[in-house]
Design a protein around this ligand. Sequence first.
Ligand SMILES: [Zn+2]
Length: 337
Amino acid sequence: MSDQHKPEFTPEGTPPSGGKQLPPPGTPLDWVRAGVFPEDWTLIPVAGKSTYIKEWGDHKRRRIDSEGLYFEDSRYNGFGVVTGELSGGLIALDIDGPDADRRYRAEAGEGYEAYGEEQTMSWTSGKPGRRQLLYRVPEHMVPLMADINTVILREDGEWALGQGDTNRTKKEQAGEEYEELVLRFNRCQSVLPQSIHPDTGKRYRFLNYNGGQPAEAPEWVLEVIRPHLKAKAWLSEEEMGQLEAEAGKTLLPSRQIRGWFFSEEVQSKLLPRLDELVFKHPTFDQYGWDIRPGKSPQMMSGCPWHGGKSGTSFQYSELSGCWDCKACGVGGDVLDF
Ligand SMILES: [Zn+2]
């Protein structure tokens, strides 16, 4: 691409090898059609920050269908991406202003990415200090995150689960000034670059396009999520049907056992004794357990599959019992182990 055709919003820096370049500015629809956003993202049309699509956070959509929906209401002037499972495990870190940024810096430690120096796909509404950083969580974590809509850093320093975008609306309606620091996953949407911000009338713009791909979620984000992971205790009728069709027999008993196993009664007895009852392996004996202390302690050891030099590759949360090894790309709940 020659200099005179350089798009107005190309952020500084070289995209990763094989990465895409941004096309010239156009309407939000132009950019969607030009393939600016990853194919596996579910997009919805928005008017400001709102959409008139019913159950927009519950269904995956083909790109061509999202484009079609844009024409169904003349108020639409942009697009949003539905974060979470519907967009390949996309998670958005939403930083609401300079004060939220300070708290982000303290939480992320070495993983902090300063304004304008983001290492992942990121954009801003143009309001001072406001930005979103987009990451992808490891594939094996996505099914365990089904109940996670938002995780909000509260004023007491605790990361707590929220209901989703409805929280934000209530806050705004109440006219509160508090700058939030939020991770947004299922049933949330983020307004995309080139869309028009309802208050400023300006277009959202990329801070870093990152060659068209969000980076993998950094370790500090996974640490925030791990205590909130949840085993899938009950399978839906549809999922059971699929499993039974594959097995060629009725699997009802195992489903009931799973439900019993993940009942609060059993889990309350099991969770305090995970290291002696569940996570037993010669590798763990060899490496021993390290604990990363805090409000939601995480246990770390060598990985039974690949070992690892640091002795911290395998991690599990004492609160959820969910575990994973990032290097191997495996993880799950207590029964999966
Ligand atoms: Zn491993």
